[in-house]
Design a protein. Structure first.
Length: 516
């Protein structure tokens, strides 16, 4: 069977309100204690599968889940069991047969969950949705990860029903999108437990540092992951695949910034989470530009709404860059000490990531994309001819973007600062477009071209950071004369980078083109 559900984290401040909303009808409650099975090397998890044995009240249920056709869908096989033992024979003649057969002898319990669930069914806009509030924890060894989430699972009707209800509750209670399943969280928790156990119990500085590093990796920012496009896709389906990847990067970094698992316990968010969130938003906007004439985009209100949040995140990013990148370089060059205002960037970033406005935008866009993924009319069949050849269409757009980048880049030293900034954004858009289309383009030629473009982007990125920093130092000069040193050093560095950029654009002009 297929399972479709939307999962939203319930912050501490929202729990009473969610419980009250749930109890406006007749509710049921059950304790769910589950054991999850996998191999030592997480073979099932790497295949996107999760196998559990769960005690639901007094009933034992064995469940296997595998990926569906979109982010919120799982293929699910449930089997009643007389007791706490697995029966792997039930997976013969199912899509999971080969995977289970291969690893059957290696399976063991790797983590457990203990959840108190309160739930009821609600009718909404022609759909029946089960709303379940889950509170408890995931456990592996000595580690526990809290669970506080509300799930909206489609029982019957259209998928939009879970989004209609989810968005209503999100807006009312300040909920936060969480794309991680309990299985994903448990697998990673088990891996962390094994790493920490391997470090031993010593209390020396080196061991403490190693533990801290392992824990930080657990909360590591979600970076860019490849998108697999094929020539048999329609342009609409291709845009949907790209959008899904961008939304994963946005949601996962925003979740850490919003401290969904760590509020009041541990500061997991870093400046890199903010950076990766901004990268994800830029990638999504680049995708909209890439497919502008090829597929239907979200409405203009959706495309415009993110600009305000992006700008707020940009202000915090500028502060982080100043303190973590520019100032260390200035100090190494002999910069006298300067006094900066207290850094409020982390609080601003957290408030953006957890805000109702941002989360509503994110879940609404996710709903629109899932609708596209559910619509078979947007997906070409392997033996059918797409109305537009995807590789040709994207290649043509990317070639045009390349020509625009070079038109200004070859006269870079003559450009005004604002024009340089706009060129930087166009170069970044071109790079993201290449990443999206990578699976459709000739690998060898693309590799050479991408390296040349990456060098340009690095130079222009550093220049942009220095221009922003220079403005801040110029405002400090009257009250703090040592800021003059920073302004002069930045001017010298910008002169060097301008010459490097000019050469880099000339090198790009001579680089073998990805379109042949």
């Amino acid at each position: 069977m297929s399972e479709q559900e939307l999962k939203l984290h319930v912050p501490k401040h929202a729990r009473a309100g969610v419980q009250a909303a749930l109890r406006r009808g007749a509710v049921s409650a059950v304790r769910l204690r589950a054991q999850y099975f996998d191999t030592q090397r997480s073979a099932l998890a790497k295949a996107g599968a999760a196998l559990r044995l769960r005690l639901e009240g007094r009933r034992w249920i064995q469940t296997l889940k595998m990926p569906g056709k979109h982010q919120l869908e799982k293929l699910e096989i449930n089997t009643a069991r007389p007791g706490p033992s697995l029966d792997l024979t039930v997976y013969e003649n199912t899509p999971a047969a080969a995977l289970i057969r291969k690893h059957a002898t290696e399976l063991k319990v790797v983590y457990q969950t203990d959840i108190r669930r309160v739930y009821r069914r609600i009718r909404t806009n022609g759909a029946t949705v089960e709303v379940a509030l889950d509170q408890g924890h995931i456990e592996s060894g000595e580690l526990k990860l809290p669970v506080s989430e509300v799930e909206f699972e489609l029982i019957s009707g259209q998928t939009q029903g879970i989004f209609d209800l989810g968005l209503k509750w999100l807006k009312a209670h300040g909920l936060i999108l969480d794309l991680r399943s309990k299985a994903e969280r448990g697998t990673r928790l088990a891996a962390l437990d094994a790493q920490l156990a391997g470090l031993g119990n010593a209390d020396d500085a080196a061991t403490r540092a190693a533990r801290a590093k392992a824990i930080a990796r657990f909360w590591a920012p979600r970076g860019i992951e490849p998108v697999k496009l094929t020539t048999h896709m329609t342009c609409q389906h291709a845009l949907s695949a790209v959008t899904a990847e961008c939304l994963e990067q946005i949601a996962r970094n925003a979740a850490v910034l919003a401290e969904i698992d760590t509020a009041g316990l541990y500061r997991a968010a870093t400046a890199e989470h903010t950076h990766q969130l901004r990268v994800a938003i830029r990638r999504l906007r680049s995708a909209w530009s890439l497919f502008k004439a090829l597929a239907q985009l979200p409405d203009s209100a959706q495309r415009d709404a993110i600009k305000v949040h992006f700008a707020a995140l940009g202000n915090t990013r500028d502060d982080d860059v100043l303190r973590e990148t520019v100032m260390p370089e200035l100090s190494a060059a002999g910069q006298p000490s300067l006094q900066f205002k207290a850094n409020q960037s982390s609080q601003v970033t957290d408030s953006v990531a957890s805000s109702v406005q941002f989360q509503h935008w994110l879940v609404t866009l996710l709903a629109q994309n899932v609708t596209v993924q559910n619509d078979n009319s947007t997906q070409a069949q392997p033996n059918s001819a797409p109305p537009v050849a995807l590789d040709k269409a994207l290649g043509k757009t990317l070639q045009r973007w390349h020509q625009k980048v070079l038109a200004d880049g070859l006269r870079f030293d003559k450009l005004a600062i604002q024009t340089q900034h706009e060129l930087r954004k166009r170069a970044k858009r071109l790079r993201y477009g290449l990443q999206f289309a990578e699976s459709l383009l000739p690998a060898k030629r693309l590799g050479n071209y991408r390296r040349s473009l990456s060098k340009i982007q690095d130079i222009l990125g550093e220049m942009n950071d220095l221009y922003v920093a220079r403005e801040k130092f110029e405002l400090m000069r009257d009250e703090q004369p040592p800021a003059w040193f920073a302004v002069g050093w930045i001017a010298s560095r910008l002169s060097v980078l301008t010459s490097q950029a000019q050469r880099a654009f000339k090198a790009l002009e001579k680089t073998e083109r990805f379109w042949g």
